[in-house]
Write a protein that binds this ligand. Structure first.
Ligand code: R5P
Length: 267
Protein backbone atom coordinates (compact mmCIF):
# COMPACT_ATOMS: atom_id res chain seq x y z
CA UNK A 1 0.00 0.00 0.00
CA UNK A 2 1.35 3.45 -0.91
CA UNK A 3 2.21 5.86 1.87
CA UNK A 4 -0.56 8.30 0.91
CA UNK A 5 -3.22 5.61 0.86
CA UNK A 6 -2.04 4.16 4.17
CA UNK A 7 -1.93 7.60 5.71
CA UNK A 8 -5.51 8.34 4.60
CA UNK A 9 -6.76 4.98 5.89
CA UNK A 10 -5.05 5.56 9.22
CA UNK A 11 -6.82 8.89 9.63
CA UNK A 12 -10.12 6.99 9.41
CA UNK A 13 -9.33 3.67 11.14
CA UNK A 14 -7.62 4.95 14.27
CA UNK A 15 -4.05 3.59 14.58
CA UNK A 16 -4.45 2.84 18.30
CA UNK A 17 -7.07 0.15 17.78
CA UNK A 18 -7.82 -0.02 14.05
CA UNK A 19 -11.40 1.07 14.73
CA UNK A 20 -13.55 4.01 13.75
CA UNK A 21 -16.63 5.98 14.66
CA UNK A 22 -17.74 7.60 11.42
CA UNK A 23 -20.68 9.96 11.45
CA UNK A 24 -22.86 9.48 8.36
CA UNK A 25 -24.66 12.63 7.23
CA UNK A 26 -24.91 11.94 3.49
CA UNK A 27 -28.59 10.95 3.56
CA UNK A 28 -29.78 14.07 1.72
CA UNK A 29 -28.24 12.90 -1.53
CA UNK A 30 -31.35 10.82 -2.19
CA UNK A 31 -33.62 11.49 0.83
CA UNK A 32 -33.54 15.31 0.82
CA UNK A 33 -33.99 17.01 4.22
CA UNK A 34 -33.92 13.95 6.48
CA UNK A 35 -35.37 14.27 10.02
CA UNK A 36 -32.85 16.05 12.30
CA UNK A 37 -30.60 16.72 9.29
CA UNK A 38 -32.69 19.56 7.89
CA UNK A 39 -29.89 22.02 8.69
CA UNK A 40 -26.72 19.98 8.27
CA UNK A 41 -24.40 22.60 9.82
CA UNK A 42 -26.44 22.62 13.03
CA UNK A 43 -26.48 18.82 13.20
CA UNK A 44 -22.82 18.32 12.40
CA UNK A 45 -21.09 21.01 14.53
CA UNK A 46 -21.83 19.57 17.99
CA UNK A 47 -21.00 16.01 16.86
CA UNK A 48 -17.78 16.78 15.00
CA UNK A 49 -15.46 16.65 18.04
CA UNK A 50 -16.55 13.08 18.82
CA UNK A 51 -16.41 11.60 15.30
CA UNK A 52 -13.28 9.99 13.88
CA UNK A 53 -14.49 10.79 10.35
CA UNK A 54 -17.53 12.27 8.62
CA UNK A 55 -19.29 10.79 5.58
CA UNK A 56 -21.02 13.41 3.48
CA UNK A 57 -21.55 14.86 0.01
CA UNK A 58 -19.58 17.72 -1.48
CA UNK A 59 -22.61 20.00 -1.15
CA UNK A 60 -22.85 19.53 2.60
CA UNK A 61 -19.08 19.64 3.01
CA UNK A 62 -18.81 22.99 1.23
CA UNK A 63 -21.79 24.61 2.90
CA UNK A 64 -21.96 23.08 6.34
CA UNK A 65 -18.52 22.15 7.64
CA UNK A 66 -15.92 24.69 8.72
CA UNK A 67 -12.80 24.20 6.57
CA UNK A 68 -10.73 24.47 9.77
CA UNK A 69 -12.18 21.12 10.86
CA UNK A 70 -9.38 18.70 11.55
CA UNK A 71 -11.35 15.55 10.72
CA UNK A 72 -11.05 13.23 7.75
CA UNK A 73 -13.91 13.57 5.28
CA UNK A 74 -15.24 10.54 3.42
CA UNK A 75 -16.90 11.93 0.36
CA UNK A 76 -19.95 10.21 -1.13
CA UNK A 77 -19.42 10.32 -4.88
CA UNK A 78 -22.35 8.23 -6.14
CA UNK A 79 -25.95 9.28 -6.67
CA UNK A 80 -28.47 10.15 -9.33
CA UNK A 81 -31.74 8.71 -7.98
CA UNK A 82 -34.20 10.09 -5.43
CA UNK A 83 -36.36 8.35 -2.87
CA UNK A 84 -39.37 9.04 -5.14
CA UNK A 85 -38.24 6.16 -7.38
CA UNK A 86 -39.24 2.63 -6.50
CA UNK A 87 -35.84 1.33 -7.57
CA UNK A 88 -32.93 3.27 -6.05
CA UNK A 89 -30.16 1.36 -7.77
CA UNK A 90 -29.70 3.60 -10.81
CA UNK A 91 -26.67 5.46 -9.46
CA UNK A 92 -23.62 6.74 -11.23
CA UNK A 93 -20.45 8.53 -10.18
CA UNK A 94 -21.54 12.11 -9.49
CA UNK A 95 -18.37 13.66 -8.06
CA UNK A 96 -14.99 13.36 -9.74
CA UNK A 97 -11.79 12.15 -8.12
CA UNK A 98 -10.28 15.54 -8.96
CA UNK A 99 -13.01 17.22 -6.92
CA UNK A 100 -12.44 14.78 -4.05
CA UNK A 101 -8.74 15.68 -4.05
CA UNK A 102 -9.54 19.40 -4.23
CA UNK A 103 -11.78 18.97 -1.18
CA UNK A 104 -8.97 17.09 0.59
CA UNK A 105 -11.14 13.99 1.08
CA UNK A 106 -9.59 11.13 3.02
CA UNK A 107 -11.61 8.57 1.05
CA UNK A 108 -14.44 8.37 -1.46
CA UNK A 109 -17.61 6.31 -1.02
CA UNK A 110 -19.95 4.75 -3.53
CA UNK A 111 -22.94 2.40 -3.28
CA UNK A 112 -23.26 -0.92 -5.02
CA UNK A 113 -26.66 -2.56 -5.43
CA UNK A 114 -26.07 -6.30 -5.70
CA UNK A 115 -29.10 -8.15 -7.06
CA UNK A 116 -30.92 -4.94 -8.05
CA UNK A 117 -31.91 -3.80 -11.53
CA UNK A 118 -28.75 -1.71 -11.92
CA UNK A 119 -26.38 -4.16 -10.26
CA UNK A 120 -24.03 -4.23 -13.26
CA UNK A 121 -23.65 -0.44 -13.56
CA UNK A 122 -23.09 -0.01 -9.84
CA UNK A 123 -20.37 -2.66 -9.67
CA UNK A 124 -18.66 -1.27 -12.75
CA UNK A 125 -18.90 2.21 -11.19
CA UNK A 126 -17.01 0.83 -8.20
CA UNK A 127 -14.31 -0.73 -10.37
CA UNK A 128 -13.84 2.50 -12.36
CA UNK A 129 -13.71 4.58 -9.19
CA UNK A 130 -11.08 2.29 -7.68
CA UNK A 131 -9.01 2.48 -10.86
CA UNK A 132 -9.01 6.26 -10.79
CA UNK A 133 -8.92 7.00 -7.06
CA UNK A 134 -6.05 4.62 -6.35
CA UNK A 135 -3.87 6.44 -8.86
CA UNK A 136 -3.82 9.22 -6.27
CA UNK A 137 -3.71 7.06 -3.15
CA UNK A 138 -7.35 7.74 -2.37
CA UNK A 139 -9.09 4.75 -0.75
CA UNK A 140 -12.59 3.72 -1.81
CA UNK A 141 -15.33 2.79 0.64
CA UNK A 142 -18.01 0.60 -0.95
CA UNK A 143 -21.49 0.73 0.56
CA UNK A 144 -23.60 -2.40 0.11
CA UNK A 145 -26.89 -0.60 -0.45
CA UNK A 146 -30.26 -2.37 -0.37
CA UNK A 147 -32.46 0.52 -1.51
CA UNK A 148 -35.96 0.07 -0.14
CA UNK A 149 -35.53 -3.67 0.28
CA UNK A 150 -34.43 -3.62 3.91
CA UNK A 151 -35.39 -7.29 4.25
CA UNK A 152 -32.36 -8.15 2.09
CA UNK A 153 -30.15 -7.57 5.14
CA UNK A 154 -29.27 -11.16 5.97
CA UNK A 155 -25.89 -12.89 6.25
CA UNK A 156 -26.14 -14.71 2.92
CA UNK A 157 -26.91 -11.60 0.91
CA UNK A 158 -24.52 -9.30 2.76
CA UNK A 159 -21.67 -11.84 2.51
CA UNK A 160 -22.19 -11.87 -1.26
CA UNK A 161 -22.35 -8.08 -1.56
CA UNK A 162 -19.40 -7.36 0.75
CA UNK A 163 -17.20 -9.92 -0.94
CA UNK A 164 -18.02 -8.53 -4.38
CA UNK A 165 -17.16 -5.03 -3.12
CA UNK A 166 -13.79 -6.19 -1.79
CA UNK A 167 -13.01 -8.19 -4.93
CA UNK A 168 -13.48 -5.04 -7.02
CA UNK A 169 -10.96 -3.15 -4.94
CA UNK A 170 -12.81 -1.38 -2.13
CA UNK A 171 -10.32 -0.77 0.70
CA UNK A 172 -13.12 -0.95 3.25
CA UNK A 173 -16.79 -1.79 3.09
CA UNK A 174 -19.85 -0.42 4.80
CA UNK A 175 -22.70 -2.83 5.31
CA UNK A 176 -25.44 -3.67 7.80
CA UNK A 177 -25.34 -5.73 10.93
CA UNK A 178 -27.46 -8.88 10.70
CA UNK A 179 -27.97 -12.21 12.39
CA UNK A 180 -24.88 -14.33 11.71
CA UNK A 181 -22.81 -11.22 10.92
CA UNK A 182 -19.60 -13.12 11.73
CA UNK A 183 -20.07 -15.00 8.44
CA UNK A 184 -20.12 -11.69 6.56
CA UNK A 185 -16.96 -10.52 8.33
CA UNK A 186 -15.10 -13.81 7.92
CA UNK A 187 -15.58 -13.91 4.16
CA UNK A 188 -14.70 -10.26 3.52
CA UNK A 189 -10.94 -9.65 3.21
CA UNK A 190 -11.11 -5.90 3.95
CA UNK A 191 -12.32 -4.07 7.08
CA UNK A 192 -16.07 -3.82 7.57
CA UNK A 193 -17.98 -1.02 9.21
CA UNK A 194 -21.70 -1.01 9.84
CA UNK A 195 -24.39 1.52 9.04
CA UNK A 196 -26.99 1.97 11.74
CA UNK A 197 -29.99 1.79 9.41
CA UNK A 198 -33.31 3.42 10.34
CA UNK A 199 -33.61 4.67 13.94
CA UNK A 200 -34.06 1.74 16.31
CA UNK A 201 -36.63 1.81 19.12
CA UNK A 202 -34.09 2.80 21.78
CA UNK A 203 -30.58 4.21 22.05
CA UNK A 204 -29.60 1.09 23.98
CA UNK A 205 -30.64 -1.04 20.97
CA UNK A 206 -28.16 0.88 18.79
CA UNK A 207 -25.39 0.43 21.37
CA UNK A 208 -26.13 -3.30 21.52
CA UNK A 209 -26.02 -3.55 17.74
CA UNK A 210 -22.65 -1.77 17.75
CA UNK A 211 -21.24 -4.10 20.42
CA UNK A 212 -22.49 -7.20 18.58
CA UNK A 213 -21.04 -6.04 15.27
CA UNK A 214 -17.62 -5.44 16.83
CA UNK A 215 -17.62 -8.81 18.57
CA UNK A 216 -18.48 -10.45 15.26
CA UNK A 217 -15.70 -8.78 13.28
CA UNK A 218 -16.65 -5.19 12.35
CA UNK A 219 -14.05 -2.46 12.94
CA UNK A 220 -16.53 0.27 13.69
CA UNK A 221 -19.57 2.14 12.55
CA UNK A 222 -20.57 4.68 9.96
CA UNK A 223 -23.74 5.63 11.79
CA UNK A 224 -26.24 8.35 11.00
CA UNK A 225 -29.86 8.24 12.10
CA UNK A 226 -29.26 6.32 15.32
CA UNK A 227 -27.00 9.18 16.35
CA UNK A 228 -28.46 12.38 14.94
CA UNK A 229 -32.10 11.32 15.47
CA UNK A 230 -31.44 10.47 19.12
CA UNK A 231 -32.90 12.90 21.64
CA UNK A 232 -29.31 13.58 22.75
CA UNK A 233 -27.09 13.19 19.65
CA UNK A 234 -23.81 14.37 21.25
CA UNK A 235 -24.33 12.00 24.18
CA UNK A 236 -25.15 9.19 21.76
CA UNK A 237 -22.05 9.57 19.60
CA UNK A 238 -19.88 9.57 22.73
CA UNK A 239 -21.63 6.43 23.96
CA UNK A 240 -21.04 4.74 20.59
CA UNK A 241 -17.38 5.82 20.86
CA UNK A 242 -17.12 4.21 24.28
CA UNK A 243 -18.27 0.88 22.82
CA UNK A 244 -16.02 1.15 19.77
CA UNK A 245 -12.83 2.47 21.35
CA UNK A 246 -13.08 1.42 24.99
CA UNK A 247 -14.76 -1.94 24.54
CA UNK A 248 -17.51 -0.81 26.89
CA UNK A 249 -20.57 -2.98 27.27
CA UNK A 250 -23.85 -1.53 25.95
CA UNK A 251 -25.00 -0.99 29.55
CA UNK A 252 -21.83 0.91 30.48
CA UNK A 253 -22.12 3.04 27.37
CA UNK A 254 -25.79 3.65 28.02
CA UNK A 255 -24.94 4.83 31.52
CA UNK A 256 -22.56 7.39 29.97
CA UNK A 257 -25.28 8.36 27.51
CA UNK A 258 -27.75 9.02 30.33
CA UNK A 259 -25.24 11.08 32.32
CA UNK A 260 -24.26 13.22 29.31
CA UNK A 261 -27.88 13.59 28.19
CA UNK A 262 -28.83 14.78 31.70
CA UNK A 263 -26.00 17.33 31.68
CA UNK A 264 -27.19 18.65 28.31
CA UNK A 265 -30.77 18.93 29.56
CA UNK A 266 -29.75 20.90 32.68
CA UNK A 267 -27.04 22.99 31.01
C1 R5P B 1 -27.31 5.75 3.05
O1 R5P B 1 -27.39 5.43 1.91
C2 R5P B 1 -26.20 6.50 3.52
O2 R5P B 1 -25.02 6.07 2.89
C3 R5P B 1 -25.99 6.50 5.01
O3 R5P B 1 -24.73 7.08 5.21
C4 R5P B 1 -25.98 5.16 5.65
O4 R5P B 1 -27.17 4.49 5.46
C5 R5P B 1 -25.61 5.24 7.14
O5 R5P B 1 -26.52 5.95 7.84
P1 R5P B 1 -27.56 5.26 8.80
O6 R5P B 1 -26.78 4.86 10.01
O7 R5P B 1 -28.56 6.34 9.09
O8 R5P B 1 -28.15 4.06 8.12
Amino acid sequence: MDWGLRNRMSRILQPADGRTVMLAVDHGYFLGPTHHLEKPAATIAPLLPYADAIMLTRGVLRTSVNPDADKPMVLRVSGGTSVLQEDLSNETITTSVKEALRLNAAAVALSIFVGARHEHESIVNLAHLVNEAEEYGLPVLAVTAVGKELEKRDARYLSLACRIAAEHGARFVKTYHCEGFHKVAESCPVPLIIAGGPKLDTDLDALEMTRNALEEGAVGVDMGRNIFQSDAPAAMIQAVGKVVHEDASPDEAYELFRELARETTFA
